[in-house]
Design a binder for this molecule. Structure first.
Ligand code: MN
Length: 343
């Protein structure tokens, strides 16, 4: 449950409105209760609120030194290991690997990462440049093309391999990707694996007024436009593509863990901090509104989600709630319960 606060302390106090939306009114702070981001956005518009509390920037993080995943992915890990964030800090997001833009030389034999298992979470791969081919132990395969998103629910377990697409590998050229690991609630960790292969054309599109750019909604909703991805817990995931000078405001619950990765260009956040290309803006769990201004043409990846308040036990490619569950995952993996896949 989230609250829209109508602060009585602010100079830009909105006009007095009857707090009739939702059953609970907090007399101390005058607030309206709303269930999700979509409702909040509607309420916000309905009462023409001019301002909510600005979401505080905790830190602008430079990309940590990169490491190779296999020989195909040169990634900056912003969390959990790149900085000293706790494993829960960005929950439901557990891991952010960012392959900043680099040129791979042409090669006949595609680079990548060989067969490995996952259990207990989802991998979300967002391709900005280059193409990745994917195969798994249940016979699924596909290519994640430029602008596409693959949302793989590993859940009870898959073996998979991720390689540069053969045609891309032969040609070489720019390569830029994000992989997120999204945790699953305990009740869904052993559900059946599934895929959402989402093409760029299927993403929700919100045109920013005055030809200011476009917001591509992967998951969640923005200004009434829904993203195609189905999620197990509330998640907002957007590509925000703004032209220089364009402005945009986002409204996200204070309780959601929220960050913005600057994929291209640069932007000014809440009139205070400028974040350059490849940096990650980490927001504190205070305030709701993010005001963006593109100081150059830019592409920003917004991730925001309701935390999963459960214990985490992570080891290698497994993300479970307890050590016993991780041991079970290793046992099941050794016994071939994740299926079969050739290198
Ligand atoms: Mn993987």
């Amino acid at each position: 449950m989230h609250y829209i606060f109508v602060s009585t302390m602010r100079s830009r106090r909105p006009p007095s409105v009857p707090c009739t939306v939702g059953p609970e009114i907090n007399p101390g702070r005058q607030c309206i209760r709303a269930d999700d981001v979509a409702i909040r956005q509607v309420v916000y518009k309905l009462f023409n609120f001019t301002s909510m509390a600005t979401k505080k920037i905790q830190q602008v993080l430079a990309p940590p030194p990169p490491h190779m995943v296999g020989d195909g992915f040169r990634v900056h890990n912003f969390f959990p290991s790149g900085y000293t964030m706790s494993q829960e800090r960005m929950s439901p997001f557990f891991l952010l690997d960012y392959n900043s833009k680099i040129d791979f030389a042409p090669r006949d034999n595609p680079r990548g990462v060989g067969v490995h298992p996952h259990r207990g979470f989802e991998t979300v791969t967002i391709a900005y440049h280059g193409k990745v081919a994917h195969h798994d132990s249940w016979g699924n395969s596909g290519v994640i093309g430029e602008g596409d998103v693959q949302w793989m629910t590993a859940a009870s377990g898959v073996l998979h391999k991720e390689y540069h697409d053969e045609a891309y590998s032969k040609a070489g050229g720019p390569f830029q990707m994000v992989q997120l690991w999204v945790n699953l609630p305990a009740k869904d960790k052993m559900s059946q694996p599934k895929y959402q292969a989402i093409t760029k054309a299927q993403l929700g599109r919100y045109e920013v007024p005055n030809d200011g750019g476009v917001v591509e909604i992967i998951a969640g909703s923005f200004e009434g436009v829904k993203g195609p991805a189905s999620t197990f817990t509330p998640i907002e995931l957007y590509n925000i593509r703004l032209k220089k000078g364009a402005k945009l405001s986002l409204d996200l619950p204070a309780s959601y863990n929220t960050g913005i990765l600057v994929i291209e260009g640069a932007a000014l956040f809440s009139d205070t901090e400028t974040a350059p290309t490849d940096s990650f803006v980490l927001f504190a769990n205070e305030g709701e509104t993010i005001d963006l201004e593109a100081t150059e043409d830019c592409v920003l990846l917004l991730l925001s989600g309701q935390p999963i308040d459960e214990p985490i036990f992570a080891y290698g490619p497994f993300l479970m709630n307890s050590k016993e569950e991780v041991q079970q995952a290793y046992d099941d993996f050794r016994q071939g319960k994740f299926g079969q896949l050739d290198e």
